[in-house]
Design a protein around this ligand. Sequence first.
Ligand code: SF4
Ligand code: SF4
Length: 88
Amino acid sequence: MPKMDMYVIAQPCIDVKDTACVDVCPVDCIHPTDGEDVPQLYIDPDECIMCGACEPECPVEAIFVVEDIPEEWAHFEKINADYFLNKE
Ligand code: SF4
Ligand code: SF4
């Protein structure tokens, strides 16, 4: 079961990827961190501790708590989770 109260990175990150959020995440759960060529960054739902540090750092307001994601970006919850599923 996905956690309802988790953070997700949505559409505005695509092609921005400035990694400002990565720099402040205390548990390094925002990936990739190795420069892998992906459209956007993703938050690992299993490792995120919901500290909220990343959200205000994003210059394009791409980071949302799941329940606050604008409807048109709701599918980004799955996009974030799938990135990590596909890594296993
Ligand atoms: S909420 Fe905290 S732990 Fe989760 S991705 Fe953002 S900075 Fe990392
Ligand atoms: S701070 Fe925002 S735009 Fe930058 S990498 Fe993180 S989610 Fe993407």
